[in-house]
Design a binder for this molecule. Sequence first.
Ligand code: ATP
Ligand code: MG
Length: 426
Amino acid sequence: MNNTIQIVRGMHDLIPNDVVKWTYIENILKKILINHCYDEIRLPIIEKEILFKKSIGTITDVVEKEMYSFKDKSENKICLRPEGTAGCVRAVLDHSLIFKKKQRLWYIGPMFRYERPQRGRYRQFFQLGVEVFGYLEPEIDLEIILLNLNWWKKLNIDEYLTLEINTIGSIEDRMVYQKELMKFLMKNKSNLDQQSKDRLFKNPFRILDSKNKNIQELLLNGPKLFNFLNKNSIFRFNLFCKLLDLIKVKYTINNNLVRGLDYYNDTVFEWKYKVSNMSQNTICAGGRYDNLVKKIGNYSSPAIGCAIGMERLISLYSLISKKSNFFIKKNDLFIAFLYPNLYLESLKLSRKIREIFTNVKILLEITHSIKKKYLRKANKLNSKIFIFITSKNIKKKTILTKDLKKKVDFKFSESELLLFLKEVFI
Ligand code: ATP
Ligand code: MG
């Protein structure tokens, strides 16, 4: 019997080599965010369950089936956040960040949804999200799209991504449309798959988003949301498209694009990639949510946001990027010693060097052994410099040093060693 405790289903570890790749990509994304004047916000993973019920909507997949909800020891109903927007809205209200003020914010962190795990779909996954508060103008929709595009360009993946946009109007428009859609779907009920049948009475709007080709064909003959939209939403959408055209951003209008969460209105969008055998192909999705702030707090503010699914972005990047040499730089300087009584001397030296050379990776091997063994190890780790401490050399006040790249041996005094290291590392 295998007694090893396994990872929980749907979770995944990022081992050090993965972290190097993640950090590289995160840094690129962060630089662009700073470049566009977005400020980072850090939010808790646990929120009150009611926050998501109120914002995402109780009849959505996320709230109905996917929430990690539980009661804490004081019987409070809390949950692991399934997304970042609602928590961000709660926080900006809590801290009065949006009262008569505009905000451009971003965050990164794990989200939790009890879904069926598959490639690109996990129960814990990371999102990098962006939320902007205070602007109604379609120019802000454009700003977010351009920010996204700059990310993809910097990562050299822009050619593999397509932008799909849609407008879903106001809640009132959707209520009227939903009735017509229901009539149509009821007439064609025998042609619906089980998932769509399940959604029929709960949230028929979501059937538009079905990934089943037969359903999509059926919908071609159904009522179109676009024909039910109010004039202002259409005007706004046309303006948004015109702006995209003006600066030559490529996009397609997908009138069946709806989002999985209830709070969106008007502009919605998704960045998708077309790579064979990858079914989870949306890497970034977002839209406007002008009514959400009022729903959560006692204040009204227009808002728009989007979120990248980091695992999907990174797997796409790995698939198409030419940069594959993500390895950990093991260390620059390897210090070892011959006998146990030399540990303190070695520690003293390593502390001194670490204090001066703060950017250098210095490894002090804490178990003693013969020089040959550690020299081999230092070479294996690709160290630049090797230092070996012996009693004999301590007596003589010298330090055995080897430049592993040039293959040259030295016997330095401490001050000579520091000068030498300066030459090598600074
Ligand atoms: P999907 O239709 O793929 O379920 P969604 O509409 O539920 O996506 P959002 O809530 O808009 O997704 O989340 C934004 C992004 O987060 C998605 O486009 C995707 O890249 C990523 N994402 C969502 N759920 C998961 C998951 N379970 N595992 C990994 N990434 C996810
Ligand atoms: Mg989903």
